[in-house]
Design a protein around this ligand. Structure first.
Ligand SMILES: [Zn+2]
Ligand SMILES: [Zn+2]
Length: 378
């Protein structure tokens, strides 16, 4: 009996000729779009979709300007209307809607929770009439929106006159664009993290020269945090001093401004330098302590930037040569420089034991000798 039941059900699923059926759930004799019934259509093609997983609104904590492509002065002052105004501008950046879908939204948050929780739920509804179904279909979404408090352009300008600490970054080698970007990305992250406890945690102004970047910060704390982060990532030596003005004396302040001078080494991780004609790979940096790898002797060493060691840069990481393994016999590996097509023979030392023909290696030619960068340090 049980067996029969299953058979019957299966038979029911085979559509009769000319009968409309849903390719997802098999329902028959119904209205369909894209071969799907109403419910299956909605789950396959929701009327609205969340665009990105980072949903936020940015508001100036000083003047309540909000950000949408640029800083905008709100027309509304009452909280609900104010939030509504911002969301009306921002909603298109949060969701993607099918053609002709009417989008509406709602929220249920008090002003107090909004300013303290810094996030809220936004209920979004997408609605569209489908003549095929003879009714309106609806997709509902609940979006979690982050509220970010920062300073708008004009408030920042007002504050740019007031800074208490300067970080000067210098290096013998010119900064390139990606390094400058790295500086500002790091500052942005630290400022965002510290702003809630330190209202002077902001970058007031800066200047960029080829070999010097000057950063003026609102507070000493943010300046120290940023400088520390640069030192840990790039290595270098840091010296601090303070300045004094008659005005600060009369105010009873211990000092006027804190100055942090960071001297970065001209190399970064992955570069190859030479000391006394021996090539070394820069493996890691931590403030003035640099871990280097002796390429001829295949061993790790440590140097301190404070020791004023005489070195020169042989190759920056992205200038290193590429080699292909051409053949291997016994303990000799033959490799070819991909740029010059010149071939070299190297000894099959410990680190090259697992090498196969056609493998790619990175290294450099120095004093007519080839040095290969260990695989995990490339
Ligand atoms: Zn269906
Ligand atoms: Zn503002």
């Amino acid at each position: 009996m049980f067996f029969n039941l299953i058979l019957l059900q299966e038979v029911n699923y085979i559509p009769k000729k000319g009968v409309k059926f849903c390719i997802e759930c098999g329902k028959e004799n119904i209205s369909i779009i894209e071969n799907r019934c109403r419910d299956c259509y909605l789950s396959s093609f929701p009327l609205i979709k969340q665009k990105t997983d980072k949903l936020a609104i940015k508001i100036c904590k000083e003047c309540f300007n909000y950000y949408h492509r640029r800083w905008i002065k709100p027309r509304e002052t009452e909280f609900n209307n104010f939030l509504n105004e911002i969301l009306e501008e921002r909603i298109d950046t949060f969701i993607q809607a099918q053609e002709d879908v009417v989008v509406s939204f709602d929220f249920d948050i008090t002003a107090r929770l909004f300013w303290t929780n810094r996030k809220f739920d936004l209920y979004v509804k997408g609605e569209k009439y489908f003549p095929e179904f003879g009714e309106n279909l609806i997709t509902n979404l609940t979006l979690s929106i982050k509220v970010m408090f920062t300073y708008c352009d004009s408030c920042l300008k007002l504050r740019s006159g007031s800074y208490n600490a300067i970080v000067n970054i210098t290096r013998a080698k010119q900064f390139n664009e990606s390094e400058i970007n790295y500086f500002f990305k790091t500052i942005e992250k630290k400022v965002e993290k510290m702003q809630s406890q330190d209202r002077m945690a902001f970058l007031a102004k800066y200047t960029i020269d080829k070999r010097k970047v000057k950063l003026c910060f609102g507070s000493e704390k943010i300046a120290k945090t940023v400088a520390e982060s640069f030192l840990n990532q790039l290595g270098g030596i840091s010296r601090e001093h303070t300045t004094m003005t008659p005005k600060s004396y009369s105010k009873g302040k211990k000092h006027d401004k804190l100055i942090i001078n960071l001297k970065l080494p001209p190399f970064t991780i992955g570069d190859v330098i030479s000391i006394d004609d021996v090539p070394y790979l820069i493996k890691s940096v931590n403030k003035d302590i640099i871990n280097i790898y002796n390429l001829p002797e295949l061993k790790n060493q440590i140097i301190s930037l404070k020791d004023k060691i005489d070195f020169r840069i042989l190759k920056a990481r992205d200038e290193l040569e590429k080699f292909t393994v051409v053949s291997i016999y016994d303990d000799i590996i033959q490799i070819m420089n991909e740029r010059t097509y010149q071939t070299y023979e190297i000894l099959k030392k410990d680190e090259l034991l697992n090498i196969n023909i056609q493998d790619k290696l990175t290294g450099l030619v120095y004093n007519n000798q080839v040095f290969i960068i260990p695989k995990n340090d490339e």
